[in-house]
Ligand binder design. Sequence first.
Ligand SMILES: [Zn+2]
Length: 623
Amino acid sequence: MLTGNKILYKALAGASVLALIACSEPAVEDDTTVDTDMAETAGDTSGEPTVEEAEAFVADAERQLAEISERASQIAWTYSTDITPEHEQAYADIDAESTKLSVDLANGTKRFQDLDLPAVLQRKMNILRGGITIPAPSRDGAAQELAQLNTALSSAYSTGKIQFEGEEVSQAETEVLMRNVKDPAKLEEIWTKWREQAKPSRDEYAQMVELANAGARELGFDDVGQMWRSGYDMDADAFAAEVDRLWGQVRPLYENLQCHVKYKLNEEYGDEVVPLDQPIRADLLGNMWAQQWGSTYDRVKPETPENMTSIDLDALLVDADYTPVSMTETAEEFFTSLGFAPLPDTFWDRSQFVQPEGKEVVCHASAWDLDNKEDLRIKMCMTVGAEDFRTVHHELGHNFYQRAYMDQPHLFKNGANDGFHEAIGDMIALSITPEYMQQIGLLDDVPGTEGDLELLMQQALEKVAFLPFGLLVDKWRWEVFSGELTPETYNQGWWDLRQEYQGIRPPNERPADAFDPGSKYHVPNNVPYMRYFLAHILQFQFYKAACDQVGWEGPLHRCSFYGSEEVGERFNAMMEMGQSQPWPDTLEMFTGTREMDGSAVIAYFAPLNEWLEEQNADRNCGW
Ligand SMILES: [Zn+2]
């Protein structure tokens, strides 16, 4: 689960999106060891720095990072699959140790910043300097302080509970309630209570921001947000402009969807709960964060043509006696059909497929590579159904990617950019088409295209609805880290973005001390989020490229490249590169273009978009 610049990849997906989490990790036994090692390998550092010294420094860094990465992964795995105070402490300790090492190494790169280095070496230096998610200042004790704050924030989230109808309800259960409950008063209650429990974290979060910014400044960045934006082989400001450009490509489609959903909810709930001249109430969209709207499907779907039975993947999986393990085997088979080798036996022995009894675990789905070689695992709390069927295809995308680049140098064991890691698995999941379901025996016959608007609506409620949320979480953090928002304005700033980009509003006036962004996993856990936005663009771009490669001529959303070894070969060539070259070079290897591009999203949803425009013709859209 680690990679690159000592980045620990946990990966999440669960109820939410998908994901690979990166937390900074590596470290060394203790300071003395580090210093000694450096002195030995790096030689005398009193004179002018040389290229040879820089090479030795990086080689030593990679060795130390590989060592700590493996150790940290084991500890993180133990913690995530058995949350106890002891494991939590061990996790905090290794986190501090890792952060300390990362910070020392990042600071160590400063000595070489004016040297003219060979390109590969320079790239590794840049990764060492900029690749820490949450950098601690180098002063004594700062790394420990930061690690304690982060562990406290993370634990408060994972173990948070609310009281609802006389029962204690866990975080995961609140998500189920948000999906299934329809009564607006009850939805508001659950929604509000989950945010109550995030409130006390605001001050710790603010302390974390202050410490991490100090760390980022020591490394020569303006703040942590600018440091995060610098990780994309382009200038930080250019990257901010790039994501706005991509959003501009897909925004009209989102607005059409938002408008239709608002009108359908208005039909159901009336003008008082869903006034047509306002943004949509956030608790009515079937998701705790209004980030994916799939559970509103029955209420917003296109009419099913007569005599047409829609595909119910949940029922198909249950009727075919699928289990969590056999769903995983089916996902693995997708990859082997492309020519990839099967997963190792240890994957099946060591993964957590279902929620264990009698202990607290981190249920958020994740994909791990514990030794940066072949100790691949997933950690999920699966139930048999369409959602986890897609999620497990997604998680295995991470695992196959991790294995594809395992022979790269340690600092290059990572996605081409962080959107790539998330996009790979989702591209595979897009291939779960009726044709594919028939190929694997879930469906007897492939239905005609007359019911496709339904399939597209299901996809759009997950993937198009997600786009503005994927964009705004880090837009908010950029404002937090830059100081544009202060603890007093954190919450207002959050809702300003939610309204501007998503067209949603809170169900009630938010208290002055609320910390609503803290109710979302990735905020207390410091998982950068822009990767999910990029992944939602890239997965369609990858998918279209694969479909072009197999010569698909039908509607894009019906294409499956299952079984194509030709696609597998080019796919593997892209994945094997890891982070060893600028991502446009890697993107070009598979897609033939050097730019991220939202036009495949538009092409995929074209029939639905046309239908939405008809539906919205006489409606008042916008907010
Ligand atoms: Zn993922």
